[in-house]
Structure formats: C-alpha cells, structure tokens
Design a binder for this molecule. Structure first.
Ligand SMILES: [Zn+2]
Ligand SMILES: [Zn+2]
Ligand SMILES: [Zn+2]
Length: 326
C-alpha cells in the first residue's frame, strides 16, 4: 500500500489493499469473549468491567512504524502509509448501539475519542487525527458491534484542508471565526436548529450535502475537541449526541459521523505551518453526521456535485418533531 497525491486537487489517495490478517468475521472479534489478541491502547471501565476499549485496527490502512518517506515520482508525490488506525469498541455488549446508550455511556465514548486524539497528536509525524464512525449496512460498517475508528495521518484530509483554508480567510477578513458566525446566525434564525443541550447545538447546515445532514458544536468557541472538559460540558455534549442519533435513526438506519478538530500543531513543516498563527481563533471543532437516506448521493463520486432532495429547513423541522427519548 502507498499514498499518492493528486497534483490537481492535492488530495491523498490510499492505493492498494490492507493486508489480510487472521480476522474471523464470526464470532465477532469485538466481543469481549472473543478478545482480539492485541493489547488495548485504552480501557475505560464502568461497573467493574470495561465499557470502552481501543485497539489497533485489525486491517489497518496505516501503520505506526517508519517514516512516511515522501518521494517524488516525476511530477508526482508519494509516501508510505505511515500513521495509526485504531478501533474504538464502544460497549462490550454486542447488540447495544451508541443511540441506545445512556448519556454517561456516550460520555465515556467521547472521553475515549478525546484521549486518543490527544495521545496521537503527541507524535509530531502525524498532521491530523480523524475520528469517524460508519453505522449501518449502507455506511460500509465493518462489524455490527458498535465501534468507531481513529486514523492518524501524515497529511491533512482534503475536506479539513478546505475548511482550514476557508476559516483562516474568513478570520483574516473579519477577525471572527466562521463557525461562530454560522452558529450565531442559526440561533438567531431558528430555521435549521434541531436541538440544544447547555452550550451545545445540533443544526442542519445551510448547504447540507445529503438529506438530514446534522452538525453538532459548542456555542463557546474552541478549536480542539480533545480539550472538552469532563463534567457538565462533556455530559451535555454526550446528551445532545445521543438525542440527535435517536432522531436521525428514525429517518435512516445508516449514517457516517466524523469529528472535525484542529490539526496537530506540533507539525511545523509543509503546507500547514502557515496556518498555525491564527488556528486557535479561526477554527472551531464540530461533529458532522451524514445519514444515508438516498442512494442517489452516490452520484457524488462521478459528478463531484451533491444533489440533496430535501431542504435543510424541512429536515430540521422533521427532526425537531421526532421524540429524542425513544
Ligand atoms: Zn460483538
Ligand atoms: Zn468559533
Ligand atoms: Zn467540518
């Protein structure tokens, strides 16, 4: 496997196939009784046993050892897939889903995300840490047992790079954070806000890419999700996430969720070094949830333009009407 850079869009593509390892799909490798034979990177206990456990991924896209060794091939750039790829097992219970968990349990999952991001960011080789979750058959979920994935990469994924550039430009022109501006207009207009718990808001973004796309973010500006403090703040975010997932699962059984947080500022080389001067002021962490409602959204892969058949104002209205407690 290797990483190749598209010289036009500047996005990196993982080319090749992850090595097949001794992974039995059945019995479930994430269940505690079928323990995967690797050591846990993190254990978060509850009631005397672990609730959340983080492992190296069984078929990793990225490998922790070595140097990315970026080399040129004529006009092209390539590098080794150095990085980290981890699985966050969210519960020992094979049938329990994130949406069914108590606020306390969801909070432990968020704690695991934050601890792993902070830990991986200590490695200066990694420019970005992504936390994401694919749930449901249409989202390409690998195992039905509730889990999320974490990757640490020697490059910043394209969508994040776009966000960082746009946020920095906005900040240069206005000395304000674009996401703070977005959220305050959403709160003022109340057209696309779905729910709020304490300082945290769920809303359907103005130019939603797919029906019922929903973002979660704190009103108080903060560029790093991993600094989310334990206690009331984290509990409120956990509560909002649970409520939002319960609503979204009424419109679709499958979704993608991704945490957008600031890149690793230990990295001072390369295309991002110039971004750090204002990062604490210009970027704002958020979760993006993209339910899979229409198969038509696949047309993106060909045309690179999203076709969303549902107005976000209508999506938000519909989601507000769904009971988030059941
Ligand atoms: Zn299982
Ligand atoms: Zn902000
Ligand atoms: Zn984002």
């Amino acid at each position: 496997m290797e990483l190749r850079k598209d010289p036009i869009t500047r996005s990196w593509v993982v080319v090749g196939h992850p090595e097949r390892e001794k992974v039995r799909p059945d019995p479930c490798p994430l269940c505690p009784e079928n323990r995967i034979e690797t050591h846990a990177l993190l254990d978060l206990p509850a009631q005397g046993r672990w609730q959340v456990r983080v492992y190296p991924h069984l078929r990793p896209f990225y490998r922790i050892e070595g140097d990315p060794g970026r080399t040129a091939e004529g006009i092209y750039d390539r590098m080794a897939p150095t990085g980290a790829h981890e699985i966050v097992v969210e519960t020992p219970d094979h049938t329990r889903t994130l949406a069914q968990m108590s606020d306390e349990e969801v909070e432990r999952v968020l704690d695991a995300y934050a601890q792993r991001i902070a830990d991986l960011k200590r490695d200066a080789r990694f420019k970005y840490v992504t936390v994401f979750k694919n749930e449901g058959p249409q989202a390409g979920e690998e195992w039905t047992h509730a889990h999320s994935q974490i990757t640490a990469t020697t490059f910043v994924p394209r969508r994040i790079l776009y966000e960082l550039r746009a946020a920095r430009e906005w900040y240069r022109e206005r000395e304000r954070c674009v996401l703070c501006d977005i959220l305050s207009q959403e709160i003022r207009q109340q057209k696309r806000v779905v729910d709020t718990v304490g300082d945290y808001y769920a809303f359907c973004p103005y130019a939603s890419r797919v029906p019922f796309e929903t973002w979660l973010m704190p009103k108080t500006h903060n560029h790093q999700f991993e600094t989310l403090s334990p206690g009331e703040q984290r509990r409120n975010m956990a509560s909002l996430l649970g409520r939002t997932l319960r609503r979204l699962l009424k419109v679709s059984p499958s979704y993608h969720m991704v945490v957008h947080t600031a890149p690793n500022t230990l990295q001072t080389k390369g295309e991002l070094s110039e971004y750090w001067s204002t990062i604490a002021g210009d970027y704002h962490w958020h979760f993006e949830i993209l339910p899979i409602v229409e198969q038509r959204s696949k047309s993106y892969s060909i045309k690179e333009v999203y076709f969303n058949g549902t107005y976000p104002e209508q999506a938000a209205e519909r989601l507000r009407q769904i009971d988030p407690n059941s």
